[in-house]
Design a protein around this ligand. Sequence first.
Ligand SMILES: [Zn+2]
Length: 289
Amino acid sequence: MIRLWSVLGNAQKLDGGAMFGNAPRAMWSHWVTPDAGNRVPLACRALLATGINGQRVLFEAGIGAFFEPKLKQRYGVVEDEHVLLASLGKAGFAHEDIDAVVLSHLHFDHAGGLLAAWAPGKPRQLLFPNARFIVGRECWARALNPHPRDRASFIPELPGLLEASRRLEIVDGEFSTTLGPEVRFEYSHGHTPGLLLATVGGDGGVVFCADLIPGRPWVHLPVTMGYDRYPELLVDEKRRFLDDKLARGVRLFYTHDAECAMTAVTRDDKARYGVTQEVADFAGLTLGA
Ligand SMILES: [Zn+2]
């Protein structure tokens, strides 16, 4: 039996314009209210699943608390403490209990939570000492060799730490050795090369949408992020992805939506996509029940 928890990591405040690509402010400010500095609140939400191949699996780790104070401020990280660890604790788990961590890509707002909180003079330290780390082949290559446009989104020390752990599994197919048939992977390239999208529990399950659809506003087909490398490709991928999830009854899990963890998807007679059955958060949800 698979059970699921939505687990909050450190929150962020980022420039609204950058988050909504070419959508005008007059439009996106209806979806998320910006502060005086035009910044919008964003979550870094992880998905915890138990009972996958007998294991406890964490889908992503959020931004965490690894930034030194100056960078923490630049990237709008809200809290000082490592919120993900506290949230896991609330769900009844410690990071040592996690058997596998699935990373959609290695941008710091998805992988930074793998690291211990920053402390003056302390080297970066990898948490989750018993977990296998599952990363897509193209995302791994990108982290080792970033493009100038997204170089600042990576943590230079992270690939070395993951490799040194000897618990890294690189995947490039539909399934991973560690997780078996209950987690199916697909890939998208509009945000970053080989973004890993994981569906838990097959038809009627839940998909971790990562940065293909970071929250409810991005379910609207034309809405993309300024951080996407190929927005038009992303829109085409999103259409196929949403049609597939609709057909299979798979719910969408959002990492960056500050107020909503999960929804179902709808499509009207003009082929416009929307959301229904919004769930703010959940704990111990049984899949299929
Ligand atoms: Zn990203």
